[in-house]
Design a protein around this ligand. Sequence first.
Ligand code: PXL
Length: 277
Amino acid sequence: MKRIVTIQDVSCFGKCSVTVALPIISAMGIECAIMPTSILSTHTGGFEGFTFRDLSDDIPKIAEHWKKYNISFDTIYTGYLGSVKQIDYTIDFINSFKKRDTLVFVDPAMADKGKMYTGFDLSFPSHMARLCALADIIVPNITEASFLTNTPYTENYDEEHIKSLLKKLTDLGAKKAVITGIAFEKATQGAYFYDSEAKEYYYYKAENIERNFHGTGDTFASVFAGAITKGFTIKHALEIAVNFTVECIKATLPEADEHKYGVKFEECIPSLIEKIK
Ligand code: PXL
């Protein structure tokens, strides 16, 4: 059985990070270990007064214990990290646990819609860029891609702009990059992929649903990381992840107002299992 370790926070309510990654990766038939970096009462988007317990100093201790048991991972998947210190410990973790065949998958979750998430300043992306440099694949949205590459954020982009962003992202050191949430027209939205070694681009799009839900980036990243870990080609994994994310958004729409936090990925898990058969 394949094994992923996901390094990110535990947001106790609100369906993102570990509460999305763990059920999705498990449903895909992959063992999922977690390295919890902090515990928050909720995620930081749209809630006032959330609690934040910093677990940074537990990261090296947990890692050291795992080392004693020679525990290894097929994939190291990192998500939201709450501080520069957590990024530094995550870099140490990768340097210590990465073997020849380990996939390092980085979701630089830190910003959306042109703005950094609550709690991050504008120096944070340069630190996240150091983590991205170690990755086999990174999956920023367009805001994160812009901050990581010091490119002005725009919602009026064309294909050339996205391709140039992807090239700059891989110039940071990541071998492959995907930018999520790319819509060149109203009706469709998708993810744009670039492989810097093969010099190959690939855009996969599906229906664009003009309604934003929190946690869709984590849903996409978990399925994409899981599918690559299972051995699907990147293109196929991208299609599975985009299609599944759209399905989750559609499942959430009928009760969108009551279901403010996260998407109803739970109802779509049977369909995910079908997709990876
Ligand atoms: O979904 C990304 C995410 C993860 N964890 C926390 C967040 C967010 C996005 O806002 O606040 C704590």
